[in-house]
Design a protein around this ligand. Structure first.
Ligand SMILES: Nc1ncnc2c1ncn2[C@@H]1O[C@H](COP(=O)(O)OP(=O)(O)OP(=O)(O)O)[C@@H](O)[C@H]1O
Ligand SMILES: O=P(O)(O)OC[C@H]1O[C@H](OP(=O)(O)OP(=O)(O)O)[C@H](O)[C@@H]1O
Length: 226
């Protein structure tokens, strides 16, 4: 790495990455920034959650996307990579997202069935919405003066409307294939999403390796655009 990851005043720098679909796109950006995971990191059968980097001076945590934000916000990791959807959902004051990595592009949208379905709940002023993003969803509908009752799901949101769980869903959309395959149409885009480098604000102030890491990711992302 070009940054001084061997600073002896601190323990190893902890970098958290999501184990899901961002990972494949994130690894080349990490490597351009000098964060090169050990070989075991790429082995999906490996049950370890913490890996060395090639310099031996960092630890790389492989966790769920939402948990990346939590590890970094609480200072258990100094830095990480996560979608802007997750950053917005938690709205942690301790998180700073200085670099847009230009990967994991999608959007967070409201969707509903093509054909109107009768629901126990769901009229113009009171909606029931199934989502993994209750905070963003509530804020979005509040702005429109609509009270949304959010039902938290962790996946397969698309099943909610036709099973009578909720009249609408708020979910990530990329190609639109998942909505189409499940008979739903996109009604409204809440936000565009890309993945970001996130750092813990206190660590950025106190640990010079964090600022150096931000610079490395800025440079790695600039090369991308060239
Ligand atoms: N269809 C998509 N196209 C592009 N990016 C996406 C898409 N779906 C999700 N993402 C991005 O990838 C991130 C992680 O998605 P994913 O659901 O694969 O994570 P994960 O680590 O497997 O989390 P979990 O296991 O908790 O669901 C999302 O927060 C979002 O930023
Ligand atoms: O518009 P598309 O290209 O079809 O992508 C949208 C799908 O991608 C995400 O799910 P993912 O595949 O990450 O699985 P998940 O159900 O675990 O969230 C999202 O939750 C949608 O279901």
């Amino acid at each position: 790495m070009t940054h001084d990851s061997a600073d002896t005043r601190f323990g190893p720098l902890i970098f958290a990455v999501p184990k899901g679909r961002i990972l494949e796109e994130a690894v080349p950006v990490m490597e351009r920034a000098g964060v090169v995971p050990e070989a075991a990191f790429h082995d999906k059968a490996d049950r370890s959650l913490s890996f060395a980097d090639e310099s031996g001076q960092m630890r790389i945590f492989r966790v769920r996307a939402f948990d990346v934000a939590t590890f970094v916000a609480f200072g258990a990791a100094q830095a990480g990579i996560v979608g802007s959807d997750v950053i917005e959902e938690f709205d942690y004051s301790e998180l700073y997202a200085p670099v847009d990595l230009g990967i994991g592009a999608c959007r967070l949208s409201v969707a509903e069935p093509k054909e109107p379905v009768e629901y126990k709940y769901g009229n113009a002023s009171h909606l029931r919405v199934a989502t993994k993003y209750p905070n963003i969803t509530s804020r979005h509908f509040e702005k429109a003066g609509i009270q949304a009752e959010c039902v938290k799901l962790n996946g397969a949101m698309e099943l909610a409307p036709y099973s009578g769980l909720a009249g609408r869903i708020v979910d990530l959309v990329s190609t639109g294939q998942t909505l189409k395959s499940n008979g739903l149409i996109e009604k409204d885009t809440i936000m565009q999403v890309t993945s970001r480098l996130i750092v813990n604000r206190a660590a950025l102030k106190t640990d010079p390796r964090v600022a150096a890491l931000v610079e490395c990711f800025r440079n790695a992302t600039m090369k991308d655009a060239a």
